[in-house]
Design a protein around this ligand. Structure first.
Ligand code: DC
Length: 228
């Protein structure tokens, strides 16, 4: 088992887990894994290459051969910047479709383990605490009501100048939740030893403060020093 510490942050889309993970990683100066981005990349690349995302064997073969690179918040496949594509609502839906295939999850598992590097890793996704980093020293499950998550996404997209429908977003979110929670492999659910935080009535700063206090209760900065 690796000595390099991991903080696992799981939860549904729009719960704020991505922002939380980034802030915790910045505060600790640790590496960051946005595992959803990997599934988004697989889903979008299927469409780019004319592969049916519902075809498990073909999607898995593509996932095994992908050359992925991150530069800050930008994502590249080969040398193509596909950041905007993967961040779209369709990118999320495609990710959720390919993520339900066991063979795709197997291909993505190795990629994810490669992110565990000293001094430590903050990993966000759906199964970080239950499957990928089941030995993580701290597990957070960040939840929020579907209505609140749709509202947050609506504001984000509006601020970007995009025209979107709130009922449409809520429908997409509810559908994606059902697929992610209901699938046979690595479904979205809190690990037994996860701390569950409901962020429906909280600001992101309040969530970060609560999690940083858990991080310090677990003695994390010190554990990272030992692993180096
Ligand atoms: O976190 P996100 O919205 O970027 O994730 C996009 C989709 O990818 C999500 O609906 C389900 C899938 N996913 C997954 O199955 N397992 C993960 N660890 C991360 C994401």
């Amino acid at each position: 088992m690796s000595q390099i510490p991991v903080i696992a942050i799981d939860g549904p889309g729009g719960s704020g887990k991505g922002t939380l993970a980034r802030k915790v990683a910045e505060n600790l100066n640790w590496h960051l894994l946005d595992s959803g981005a990997l599934y988004r990349i697989v889903g979008c690349t299927c469409v780019r290459r004319g592969v049916d995302p519902n075809d498990e064997a073909a999607a898995a073969e593509l996932a095994e051969k992908l050359t992925i690179r991150f530069e800050g918040e930008r994502a590249f496949v080969d040398d193509d910047d596909i950041t905007d594509e993967i961040r779209s609502e369709d990118g999320g839906t495609l990710a959720s479709i390919v993520a339900a295939h066991p063979q795709v999850r197997k291909a993505v598992l190795n990629l994810q383990h490669g992110f565990r590097r000293a001094p430590g890793l903050v990993a966000d996704g759906r199964d970080m605490g239950t499957v990928v980093f089941a030995d993580a020293g701290l597990k957070i499950f960040l939840d929020a009501s579907a209505e609140e998550r749709a509202e947050r996404r609506y504001k984000q997209l509006k601020n970007k100048g995009l025209s979107v429908s709130l009922p449409g977003l809520l429908e997409q979110i509810t559908e994606r939740d059902a697929r992610d929670r209901g699938r046979a492999i690595a479904p979205l659910k809190p690990a037994e030893d996860a701390v569950v935080i409901d962020s429906t009535q909280m600001t992101i700063d309040e969530v970060v403060t609560q999690v940083m206090s858990l991080v310090s209760d677990h003695g994390f900065g010190r554990a990272a020093e030992r692993a180096e």
